[in-house]
Design a protein around this ligand. Structure first.
Ligand code: ADP
Ligand code: ZN
Length: 726
């Protein structure tokens, strides 16, 4: 009999049913990483055979009472670097290892193939016996293909009729793609571009280092410098060596244009991994990756946890993006976890960005990451000129949002047939609806948040919980009719102003409400390329990697938004966002111009943007962080206590606060009611832990919370390296 240790994919923290010992039936073979099904109480759960170390973290059970595993899945074992990553993520982010295992093996991955139903089609042979049902089914099916069940549904008939037609030879099995069909292989030499001298040097540095040794690179290139072309060369090199490559993108950027670009360079599409996959697609992609058929995967953050057996390179594109931080379930940062995976797999990793995070720059300064810079745009395109429009000197007219200089600049673009982009990072029509009579503000019933008016779909909606309602005709408080007014602008309202000013201009609104799918995004890109759009009004969605050569003007409608109620990173985020959106201007032969509407042009972040003083901004910002011992020069962790019951939440937070560790190297602030004091009906309190960089923060938090007990209806969430302070 052999004993195996299994990590179960349930959410128990380690030591509490995370790892259990089981009996491996005689004759079965299950090396570390093997996926199994194991009994747990009356149920069975997915598990993974874990490395048995001497340290006994599993429950000790005598051999006789050991339960046998119920099944060994016929899937490749999870590779060792992934198993180490799962342990690291659980340990670092203080989350159950079973929850991380779930990300590596989503439930769709091992679902039965539903016996991959064979698709049939009409053969052209008439059945000997043509009953009315058969005749009708044949007509309706036409040239459709599908499984027996699908054809029955489509032909409006029974399974028996379809089976009868198959027997009669009227329907035949198609030589359809089965899941064993070899995937098309990206060809590293399909269409390599002629790189510029700078690009070549950058690619050479990546190539020569691209052995099998761990090394992070910061590919720090201005917008339009050709970062993608350069890291594609590293991907090509990995392909030539027979390795797999992973490119992580922010979810939102997984657009058709990027995939087209990959196809143009490598001759076929990559394997993709994102939240829009159907269970079937997810299953197919998982297996293609696990058995090594998929050589290049382009995916959102969760693609990091897939079982690549021959991973040779990781690229994190737009590495500064906050959306790499997952804010629910396992609170991990995919950029940081990706570096750890590269370390465990002993391979290079490239973080590409025009506006790297201060964290990444600090790693370069510390000598841990190598910087590869692309300081100029490709093809002689110049960086845009950036100017502030001081709203105090040149305000827009009442009820409008565009100041005279910006209006003049748009006029000029329309006259020249060039495109303009107005950027405002606020979805909807207006962020607040207020009663003129009594001052009542319409708030979400479940959250501490205003309801945002959306005129495109005639709803008020909460951007935190998704609650929506029709706009009321009368004030809900004082019942006065027609007294509600919209306050402040969202993109829809700016678009209204544009429409009323330039009735003949063709406008596109770009937000997650209008571009919710890759197909819609592709349509937008096609319209822009065809010159069918004059003015784009958009949220941060338009800052993402687009390349429109005829777009020569970018107007930032309200540059100050991001600085209000600022958290640790508000200046950095404002800088990154504006620099990224500015980077959309003048990418072709025509020079670009950027106008930033602000009330504080002297604020350091605005001054740096206008002067193009990126280095100065980062230096000042880093110095300020270092002085305050803030990340990356110190550590932060947030503890969020939430409950449906306000008093229970408050009391639990207070109790946890009382048990807080103290001493040198650590401080605990709070608890205080969270800025989002209520979210989805949950009352929330926050504690913020601040520690020195060398402090063993995770161990301290683990010991601290182990000393505390709270009622089952309270949720305590730990957020290591928090990005949201709401
Ligand atoms: P970045 O990601 O740095 O903003 P991109 O990689 O998107 O820059 O490149 C900007 C534009 O220039 C893209 O349209 C790209 O196809 C083009 N480009 C960059 N380098 C080359 C090259 N060596 N040959 C041809 N086109 C290039
Ligand atoms: Zn809400």
């Amino acid at each position: 009999m052999s004993r195996i240790r299994v990590l179960l994919a349930n959410s128990a923290p380690i030591g509490k049913l995370g790892l259990l010992d089981y009996r491996l039936p005689d004759g079965a073979d299950a090396p570390s990483g093997t996926l199994v099904e194991a009994p747990l109480g009356p149920r069975t759960v997915l598990g993974c055979v874990w490395d048995g170390d001497d340290q006994d973290t599993g429950e000790s059970i005598g051999d006789i009472r050991l339960r046998p595993i119920t099944r060994v899945y016929p899937a490749p074992p999870l590779p060792a670097d992934l198993r180490r990553l799962i342990d690291w993520v659980a340990d670092y982010y203080l989350c159950p290892p079973g929850a991380v295992l779930r990300m590596a093996v989503p439930s769709a991955a091992l679902r039965e193939t539903q016996r991959t139903a064979t698709p049939y089609r009409v053969s052209g042979i008439a059945p000997a016996r043509l009953t009315p049902q058969r005749a009708q089914a044949m007509t309706v099916i036409g040239n459709a293909q599908g499984s027996v069940a699908e054809l029955a549904a489509c032909g409006g008939t029974s399974l028996a009729v379809i089976r009868g037609l198959i027997k009669a030879g009227a329907l035949v099995a198609t030589a359809a793609q089965t899941r064993d069909t070899p995937l098309p292989m990206p060809d590293p030499d399909f269409a390599p571009p002629a790189l510029s001298v700078e690009q070549m040097q950058a690619a050479d540095q990546l190539r020569e280092a691209g052995g099998t040794k761990f090394q992070p690179y910061l590919l720090d290139g201005v917008t339009g410098s050709g970062k993608t072309e350069v890291y594609f060369e590293a991907v090509a090199e990995a392909l030539r060596k027979g390795e797999q490559a992973l490119i992580l993108l922010p979810e939102i950027a997984l657009t058709l244009p990027m995939l087209r670009r990959f196809e143009a360079r490598f001759g076929c599409a990559p394997t993709t991994w994102h939240s829009d996959l159907s269970p079937r697609e997810r299953r197919a992609a998982w297996h293609a990756i696990a058995n090594g058929h998929a050589t290049v995967t382009i995916g959102a953050r969760s693609a990091l946890f897939l079982p690549y057996p021959r991973l040779g390179l990781i690229v994190v594109d737009e590495a500064h993006e906050a959306s790499f931080k997952q804010e629910e379930g396992v609170h991990y940062h995919a950029r940081d976890a990706a570096v750890m995976r590269a370390k465990f797999a002993d391979i290079p990793i490239i973080l590409a960005s025009a506006t790297p995070a201060i964290e990444s720059r600090a790693q370069v300064a510390a000598g841990r990451y190598r910087e590869i810079a692309l300081p100029a745009r490709y093809g002689g395109a110049t960086l845009p000129t950036i100017r502030a429009v001081d709203l105090r000197d040149e305000p827009p007219t009442r009820g409008a949002w565009l100041a005279p200089p910006l209006i003049a600049a748009i006029d000029a673009r329309l006259a020249r047939g060039e495109q303009s982009l107005l950027f405002l990072n606020r979805r909807g029509y207006a962020p607040l609806t207020l009663c003129r009579t009594c001052g009542y503000r319409i708030q979400c019933p479940h959250c501490t948040a205003w309801m945002v008016e959306h005129r495109l779909n005639h709803r008020l909606s909460c951007h935190h919980c998704g609650h929506t309602m029709p706009p009321p005709a009368a004030c809900p408080e004082c019942q006065t009719q027609d007294s509600l007014v919209a306050c402040g602008p969202g993109v829809e309202r700016v678009a209204d102003e544009v429409r009323s000013r330039w009735a003949e201009a063709r406008i596109a609104i770009v937000t997650s409400d209008t571009l919710w799918s890759p197909a819609r995004a592709a349509e937008f890109v096609a319209d822009m390329d065809a010159g069918m759009i004059d003015i784009v009004v958009g949220t941060q969605l338009v800052t993402k990697g687009y390349h429109f050569p005829n777009l020569t003007l970018v107007g930032v409608v309200d540059a100050d938004i991001g600085l209000i109620g600022g958290d640790l990173r508000s200046a950095e985020r404002t800088f990154q966002q504006i620099a990224q959106v500015a980077g959309r201007a003048g990418r072709g032969h025509k020079p670009g111009e950027v106008l930033i509407q602000t009330r504080q042009p002297q604020a350091p972040v605005m001054a740096a943007l206008i002067a193009g003083d990126t280095a100065g901004f980062y230096a000042a910002e880093s110095a300020a962080r270092a002085e305050a011992h803030m990340p990356p020069y110190g550590r932060l962790a947030a503890i969020i206590v939430s409950s449906e019951d306000a008093e229970t939440a408050r009391a639990t937070a207070a109790m946890i606060g009382k048990a807080a560790p103290s001493g040198s190297g650590i401080e605990v602030w709070g608890p205080v009611p969270a800025p989002l004091a209520r979210l989805r009906g949950q009352h929330r309190h926050r504690l913020l832990v601040h520690a020195a960089r060398s402090y063993k923060l995770q161990a301290a938090i683990r010991a601290w919370l182990d000393r505390c007990n709270w009622p089952a209806r309270v949720r305590v969430t730990i957020d290591i390296d928090p990005y949201s302070f709401m």
